[in-house]
Design a protein around this ligand. Sequence first.
Ligand SMILES: [Fe+2]
Length: 327
Amino acid sequence: MAKILLTEDEDSLRLMTRTVLELGGHQVFAYPNGQLALESFEEINPDIVVSDVSMPILDGFGLLDQVRRLRAGAVVPFLFLTARSERSDVRFARNLGADDYLFKPYDAEELLEAVAARLERRRAIELFESRQAHLQTIIMLANLIEARDEYTRDHVQRVQALATELGNALGWTPEAMTILEYGSLLHDVGKIVVPETILNKPGKLTPEEIEIMRSHTTVGAKIFENVPHLREALPYIRYHHERWDGAGYPDRLEGENIPLEGRLMAIVDFFDALSSERSYHQGRPVPEVLEMIRQGAGTHFDPVMAEVFISLQEANMINPESQETGE
Ligand SMILES: [Fe+2]
């Protein structure tokens, strides 16, 4: 159900339009002119405006112009109901930011379809915008963690690009790929509790330091378990250090008991860590790291995923142009 602000000066037409929209399941606030509609706009905060063009006091174009100046009205869908004779005004309406127009006489079905189409488009835009905002917050968080770990600069972004490439090659669904997009950025979020002296230590870690380092999987998972819209990223965070043979951490899960997201992350994380420079080693050549992954297939890594990953990277070595950069 949507809240619809309706303006129409002709009483019978207003009543008919109102009835159609209400039968379509919407909540309708109807006014005989633009001025009255405008005065109620902010209180109603409608999901869509359906407006006649010619009306006394404030006409449809005037209403659109005023509504676009309101904070809540800047993006509200605007649907004009216009007589054929006003067709030339359509361009003018478009310039003002009208979304659509319906020529009178229209039937009930036409009206409901036009309203539904506008509402659907608005919802799609809102979803996209909230996803973008959400992703920017995550990138900021990932950069914050990365900044503490001087030798893993760009690691999270590279890992995200590699993970995206592998997820696509494995035929993951768009929904799974959306979660992958931020899950892969967040996989090391728990490192926020690991002291920088341990993160950046050039030599070998002591057993205690190893314990602290390993806790980034469980701590990271704990941070997000109560955040509803980020909870789906949890498998990336908690399970990216599990091993196919059950010798990983933190839960020592084995084979297919390890969530797919963790298995995928383990491969791309390993690849990037070994092929790039770290505080404790130089970056190794790509073919050497791919050989290590091949050796680790079925012990360290999911053998099927490892094979797909190796073929992808080998193809990238032959044709570097095809490589995804994640930019
Ligand atoms: Fe990690």
